[in-house]
Each structure stands twice: as C-alpha cells, then as structure tokens.
Design a protein around this ligand. Sequence first.
Ligand code: F6P
Length: 511
Amino acid sequence: MDHTAEWQALRAHLEALDGVHLRDLFDRDPGRGQRLSAEAHGLLLDYSKNRLTGETVELLAAVADRAGLRRRIEAMLNGEPVNTTENRPAWHAALRRPDPAPEVSGELDRMAAFAADVRNGRWEAVVNIGIGGSDLGPAMAAAALAAYAAADRDVRFLSNVDGAHFEAVTRGLTPERTLFIVVSKTFSTVETLTNARTAWAWVADAVGERDTGRHFAAVTARLDKAHDFGIAPEAVFSMRDWVGGRYSLGSAVGLSLMTAVGSTAFADLLAGMHEIDQHFRGAPWAENLPALLGLIGLWNRNFWNWPTCAVLPYAQELALFPAYIQQLDMESCGKSVRADGTPVGAATGPVVWGQPGTNGQHAFHQHLHQGTDIVPVEFIGFCRPNHGHTEHHDLLMANLFAQAEALAFGAPDVGDPHRRFPGNRPSTIILGDQLTPRSLGRLVALYEHKVFTQATVWGINPFDQWGVELGKTLAGAISDEIAGAAPSGTARDSSTQSLINRYKSRRRSMP
Ligand code: F6P
C-alpha cells in the first residue's frame, strides 16, 4: 500500500503541508469553510478544520480508487462474501432496502406485531439482555430516540456479567410484569447466558417455573439454542448469519428499540440508513460523506500519525453514541493483517473514544487544547432540539462551534506559556437538522461506511473479530479453576497464578 504511487504522492504532499497552520489555510482561501464541506440528506460535513486542502482530497480519492473502493462497495451492497475469513456476506444493507427480501420483511412484520403486543400489553418493563453488538446499538438508539418513545415505555439494557449490573437494571421492577429479550447471535456468549439464567430464576421465583417462559423472547441466529433455553418459537426472532453483530441495529436486534419507539419510527431509522447506503454507492468521492469521513480519518491516522480519534456529540441523547462507534470502529479496524493474512504495513484503526459535550469540556478538553498529543475530533450537533429549552440548545451549539474554533485557530500568544493556545488542532463537524429516527439512521450508516472505506484502503476484513477469542478461552479455563472444576494451572505465569490464588483464598472471607 505505502509503495503505491498514490500513497507516495500523499507523502510528498504532506511535506508541503507540514508547518502550515490552519490559520494560514483559512487566510489564503476565504471560501474554505464552504468549499471543504459536503452535504447529503440533511447532514452537513464540514471538514475544513482539518490539516488538508482540496488537493489532499483529490489525492485521497486516488488512494480510494487504487484500493478499488467503488467495486468493494458494490460487492458489499450486493451481498457478495466480503467477510472473507468467515466466508459470508456482510449484508446489513439488505435489511434496510425499501424492497426487502421476503425473509427480511417477514421478520420485520413479526417484530412489529410482537412490539405492538408488548406496547399494548401487561408489561411494565422490557429488559434487553445482550452484549457488544447485541446491546450497544439498541441501547444507543433507545437513548437517542427517547423523545420518540411512548412516555410509559420502560426499556432497559443488561449487558455486563457483573452481578451489580443485574441488580441495577432490575431495581424497582416487578418480575410479574417484566419481559426479557435475550439477544445473542450465537446464543453462546457467556455474559448473556449468565444474565439470562439469572433473569429466568428471578422470574421463576415470583411466577413459578411453568409460566416463566412467557416472560422471555429471543433474537438469535441459533433458533435451536433459544428453544432449548425454554423460549417459545413464536417469541424467537431470527438474526441472519450474514449480519454482523456491530452492524445489526437494523435487524431483529432492534426489537427492544421497536418496543420503545414503535414500528413506524423503526422503519424511518431503516429508511435513513438506506439513504446513506445509496449515497455511498453513487456519490463522487468529493461529495461522498462516508468516503470523505473515512479518507480524512486515514489521512490523520497514516500521514499525520495521530493515534486516537474523539467522537463528541453535542446532544445528550447521543450519550452512548461514542461507545457504539467505539465497538463499530475498533472491532472492525483493530487488525494487523490484511484479508490475505499478510501484514498491513501501515497503522490501522485509531483508538476511538468520547462522550457528550459540554461535559467533556470540563474533563478532557484541556488535553485536547494544550496536551502534547493531537486528537482529531468529530463533533456532532443538530440545529433543532427535541425539547423546548431553546436557550439551552443555543448555548450547547455555541459551545460546539467555539470548541472547534478554539482547536483550529488557538489564540494570539499572550507571552505566558501556560495560557498559550497553539491551535492547529483538527476537527470535523457533522451538523444535522434534528435528531430523529431517520437522521439517526443516516448517522449510523455514515459511520458504518466510514469504517468500510478505511478497511478497504488498508485491505483488512472489517467484519471479523478473532482478536476477542483468546480472552474468552482463558476466562473459561480460569473460571473453571475458580469454581474448583479444574485443577490449579501449573503452566500459568507467576503473576496470573498468584492473583487467582489470592482471589480464591480471599473471595469468601471478606466481610
Ligand atoms: O465481543 C465479541 C462479540 O462476538 C461481538 O462481536 C458481538 O457483538 C458480541 O460478542 C455478542 O455476540 P452474540 O450476539 O453472539 O452474543
């Protein structure tokens, strides 16, 4: 990759930009803010506060072409087996087409009927049990769309195997009126099954074993395992193996979300995703929001060598969006080898992190403005709030604009080094009209395809996650040892073994 003429051209171009301040770039080109912006379906992407020029974008587009991005998009959208290490499609786009295949529309209809029953029924609360992609998407979206949910809807999310999470999530609920939706593509994830068994016992204690199954629904690709668990076939919804966990919000994984916001809002979410799928497929790179976001991320990561990227929504409802994007990006792009098994030969996905503004301004923005590392920021904001407190909203958005301005331009040197704001710190602003089911769908697809753009250039498979397996295997063995079902490990390192020993000897003796 870095031997290609396109990559080398970017390297040479970088040298020309090194030492040029964003202040100079804006002074030289008064129309820069508008010129280095793109818009699609009501989302504005202003990337002018990055250390780049129009020429950078052209050179990045050449890298995308060299990587065959256009062809790869077609392959993904057409359901070809782009997930090569698992030999299957990554066909989340098929879930949100206006003309879905019968297997997709049939499941959507079943979900809508089930969600309507739940909404009209005797349930006081719905608890989604799942982790990773079986939790973060619906949890993020349910919080994001709280303004669109019926006021009496109580939908909660249980993910961590930590018993404290079970306690916190079920606090105040009555088992007789609680419905659990167990979401697990594999139906073998230990955290989810442990929580599901505890939930089952909690309900059974109150209503008796015979009636407990009626309090459970499931979403899985392993229908057999859900049935074996005790969940009735009519309450089991299918997740296809061609949908990856972190790309699954538009599938039956969104069932708990649908119980909160209803099937019409869910359809709007899917429609917003589809709009961006089509935009990604057809728009020239210079107008293509996901491609631009991905290529700028690549520029920041591979050429400026900035190792992290902050996602900062100025929308409290998007509080979980950074965590959602963190899984989407880091599980997809945290790879060292290309799809063919050879080393990538370049840095891949950055560490993605963030939390909503303005809270972050009173926590980590000090580091963003004056720290020794440079952190490219992606700000997300909306012109209209979902509430009537317009004064708050104006203040919120003034802060977003001010942060991006301060990062880019800094302030004139006042002489005191402690008060120096150097500026020249990059950020991108995504500005939508309003946070709605449709605009949320657009935002989710924007980031999915940002990730796809980067993975394509790096030549990695963004749809597998083999890196999580070793920890699961080791935890299984240690857990057996703690339970006394396996002898003490003789082959373990001295640190791990003595930690386990100390834990075993002290865990029951603490007051
Ligand atoms: O953390 C690994 C992972 O496999 C994720 O990719 C996935 O979203 C999560 O676990 C949950 O998996 P499942 O839906 O099979 O329970």
